[in-house]
Design a binder for this molecule. Structure first.
Ligand code: NDP
Length: 247
């Protein structure tokens, strides 16, 4: 158990599955109080029950990162019920891959709203809590924030944008708040299941099967390591791929 995690309050968006769920389990096991945010109420409620039974302090908050009012309400509950956020993990995201010319305008806007503006809105509403005593903001970007590929243009743009915003924010908020970017390659989660463009869905599945994908726990371990460092240490950026993934 890291003393830098124990007793702190971690807010995790997209805690209902995949990387967010694994991160919630890992930080709770390390002694953090945890706020689980997502839209699927049944999933976060079940996870909260499991973690609470294990001895953790947990609240499940149904919230949508594209709905500012729901995020403000979430910030109010975290302040009232857990004493305010010390760690924010901006993890909620969608990867709705499709060629830009494939007429997916709604999905284009949805990805920008969730992956980029959602992280900004969440950070805005929790910023005062995070600045009160030294906080950490962990942004889950992607290898897609560093390498552009055809068929991934909008997802690339959201993660590229997240990286640029996070680096400027890091400079603005130091020395009190540490801003961390984690850029995973292929991780075995439900992320690709939501792709609606058939050929892109097939390509994504094939690329996940070409390599032994990372597990969500591998990313959770990186997040816990980064936020568990002594306050003099800032791990700013971590690129983590399956060992066999070429790009
Ligand atoms: P999942 O699909 O398992 O998780 C995505 C999470 O985001 C879900 O918990 C979902 O919860 C939440 N979410 C989606 N839309 C919203 C919204 N509007 N408001 C609140 N929460 C929302 O996939 P991963 O765990 O893989 O993805 C987590 C992050 O990791 C994403 O940002 C993704 O881009 C990134 N990533 C993933 C990689 C991979 O290969 N899996 C690689 C690189 C980065 P709910 O639907 O209940 O709201």
């Amino acid at each position: 158990m890291s003393d830098e995690i124990s007793g702190r309050t971690a807010v995790i968006t997209g805690a209902s599955s995949g990387i967010g769920e694994a991160t919630a389990r890992t930080l709770a096991a390390a002694g953090a109080r945890v706020a689980l945010l997502a839209r699927r109420e049944d999933r976060i409620a079940a996870l909260a029950t499991e973690l609470t039974t294990g001895g953790a302090s947990v609240v499940a908050i149904t919230a949508d990162v594209t709905d500012r009012a729901s995020m403000q309400a979430a910030a109010g509950r975290v302040q009232d019920e857990l004493g305010g956020a010390d760690v924010l993990v901006n993890n909620a995201g969608q990867m709705l891959l499709a060629p830009f010319s494939a007429d997916h305008a709604e999905e284009t806007r949805r990805m920008v709203e969730i992956n980029l503006l959602g992280a900004m809105t969440t950070t805005e509403v929790f910023l005062d809590q995070l600045r009160d005593g030294g906080g950490d903001i962990v942004n889950i970007s992607s290898v897609a924030g560093r390498i552009a590929r055809k068929g991934s243009s909008v997802y690339n743009a959201t993660k590229w944008g997240l990286n640029g915003w996070a680096e400027a924010l890091r400079q603005e908020l130091l020395p009190g708040v540490r801003v961390i970017v984690v850029e995973p390659g292929a991780v075995a989660t439900e992320l690709a299941d939501h792709i609606t463009h058939p050929e892109s869905q097939e390509n994504a599945r094939a690329s996940y099967e070409e390599v032994e994908a990372l597990e969500a726990q591998d990313i959770a371990d990186v997040i816990a390591f980064a936020v568990g460092r002594p306050r003099r240490v800032a791990i700013n950026e971590v690129l983590i791929r399956p060992a066999e993934q070429p790009l």
